[in-house]
Write a protein of this length. Structure first.
Length: 272
């Protein structure tokens, strides 16, 4: 199918965490994006999740998610850094090499603190032999578009901090596939594919958030020009993990096996 390792974000599936790992592997995925909540809900915790993944031969693309870290107010700095250290230890317990830390979404996000916080995050993650995926989300307070976020990372030049490319957030902010032409493929740590039934924009943030969290579609089932994004990434020589991140209430009502199989079939159609 592809030289890129394939992953499924477990947010698509409903059920007992260890069952979700099995469903993803049986569908054909190489890896999963696993949430802290998945680990906490699993009987036996991180040790049981790690053992199950190893038994299945299933990898972890990343551990999610360290929320609202870079740019949080100074009054929260101690608390946020403690949360980060706990999150790093969780990733290590899983045997996961990468954690995800999206751009801050707080209304009181402090733009002047983002660089300093990312430098700290990079240094502390390196102490744990971890990489950090930094994701510009359509509703992030400052870093909400891909190219300016890349320009920040380019300026900071942190060796273990890279980008998440999520088609939903790129499209919701009005950017097309050409935005990917300016980013070195090795600085993209993962590509998340999805689709949407109709366009959403930040001008109607309530609708954008509802779509993002409940009604994303599998790639190829909506209006996004998924093939154009894929074409640019392949032309640029992207060799990292590519997969499905779809928040969809209806798909989640299906058995995890069926939902995972549908997701893998969609990935095969758009990334071959």
């Amino acid at each position: 199918m592809t030289l890129n390792r394939t992953f499924l974000n477990l947010v698509l599936l409903d059920g007992e965490p260890l069952t979700l790992l099995q469903a993803a592997k049986q569908a054909g995925f190489d890896e999963v994006e696993i949430w802290q909540e998945n680990v906490e809900a699993a009987e036996g915790g991180a040790a049981a999740v790690r053992a199950q993944a190893q038994q299945l031969g299933l990898g972890f693309t990343n551990c999610q998610v360290l929320r609202d870290f870079a740019g949080a107010p100074l009054s929260l700095r101690k608390e946020k850094r403690q949360q980060a250290q706990q999150f790093f230890r969780l990733a290590q317990a899983l045997g996961c090499q990468t954690v995800q830390a999206p751009a801050c979404t707080r209304d009181d996000c402090q733009a002047e603190l983002i660089d300093e916080d990312l430098r700290w995050l990079s240094t502390e993650a390196a102490r744990h032999d971890l990489r950090v995926m930094y994701e510009p989300m359509a509703w992030s307070s400052i870093d909400n578009r891909l190219l300016p976020t890349w320009q920040r990372l380019q300026r900071l030049d942190l060796p273990n901090v890279g980008l998440v490319v999520d088609l939903f957030h790129i499209a919701a902010r009005g950017d097309d596939a050409s935005v990917l032409e300016n980013i070195p493929p090795e600085r993209i740590y993962e590509v998340q594919l999805c689709d949407m039934a109709e366009a959403v924009t930040p001008e109607n943030m309530a609708r954008l958030l509802d779509t993002a969290r409940h009604h994303r579609l599998l790639p190829g089932d909506g209006i996004l020009p998924v093939a154009e994004y894929v074409s640019v990434l392949k032309r640029q020589g992207y060799r990292g993990p590519v997969g499905i991140e779809v928040f969809n209430d209806e798909l989640k009502q299906q058995s995890p096996q069926i939902a995972a199989e549908q997701a893998f079939a969609a990935l095969r159609r758009c990334w071959v």
